[in-house]
Design a protein around this ligand. Sequence first.
Ligand code: IMP
Length: 427
Amino acid sequence: MPATCVVGLQWGDEAKGKIVDLLSDRHDFVVRYNGGANAGHTIVWGDRTFKLSLLPTGVLKPQVTSVIGNGLVVYPPRFLEEVDQLLAAGVPVGKNLVLSDHAHVIFLYHMEEERLAEADAEGKLGTTGRGIGPCYQDKVGRRFAIRIGELLNPTHLRDRLRHIVPVKNKLLAAFGSTTPFNADKLCVEYLGYAERMRSHIGDTVRILHDGLAAGKNLLFEAAQGSLLDVDHGTYPYVTSSSSLPSGIWTGSGVPARNVTRIIGVVKAYTTRVGRGPFPTELDDGPTGIGERIRKIGREFGTVTGRPRRVGWLDTVALRYTSALAGTDEITVMLLDVLSGLTELKICTAYELDGERITHFPSDAYQLERCQPVYETMPGWSEDITTARAKKDLPAAARRYVDRIRELVGLPVSHISVGPDRVQTITE
Ligand code: IMP
């Protein structure tokens, strides 16, 4: 198995970090290929909890090489902050963490641009405020972007910033900003970060190609969920990168044919942060089921702390994303959160303008008009957090998982019944 990808099949926060953590023991490399510090990965080891936004989950295992691929956008202070947090917790971080010299740099003016754009009620997307979108805009626009490798050349960086910052200041002023950025100050600041990052910066494409040639195993860790993919998600309410496995080739330089196992991670219900259509959303008030799931599932953003929107499982969306991702198997996460509910609903189709459809509409504006068609299933009252085999689950919980398998049409390889790595059922 040269390469495996772990990808979320909903709107992110599917608990991918736990699956990556479980699988990383059997891999030589853990690679991120998209996004930046907009992701939030929580890993629980006994009484220790690690929260990572930018670094790959593999960084917790010093024997694994963790790679931040060329497809990422990186805010240097965040990179250093996460490294420092791990070092303070006694996790060694050295040559095992490599950052692509081709990844793009997020500057403070990107965050300011995003803040101002999000202040416009009509254009607001509900982003994480980490400068992700504006940095990717500059990457694709080519003229005003800076790559990580450029931070290592002081004269070049100063010249580039002296060219870029005045343009950015004009743009920001047009948006209403009153505090211009100073190119030389930014240059000094970022050269300082670069000095500390230097030992981690490298040619990750070559490193990964050498790894493949030597028969090493690679694990790709997607950030965000498939429905946030910039091409195939619920556009424009998406992130700015390819979160689907299609992003692996561009975002890491590893050709798709090497990826032979794709694991789709699915929460036992659905959540979404930020704006955008969400047909199965439970908007049933402070005493409703939505609020109950939010509280029990601790459904608050790892990055922003925002309460996540919560809803029933949507298998129309899952059939769409699992096909797009080329999924071989799915894992059902946070099943324990549903314990205690008398009945559960699963969305199997939509009503769109009076017609029943079983496909996911190709645009977000149609999705906004979709009403969910539900199948109702009995719930279970037992605590399932100590189940370690499928037979330990109550019959209703087994039936719920089996129904997901039938409706999505893929085998279920793992069921998660709690945050700890031991709280996992492997089928
Ligand atoms: P951005 O990625 O910060 O530009 O935000 C775009 C959309 O993606 C917003 O709705 C965010 O809430 C959402 N988003 C970005 N990263 C994540 C994530 O890791 N989990 C869930 N939602 C995310």
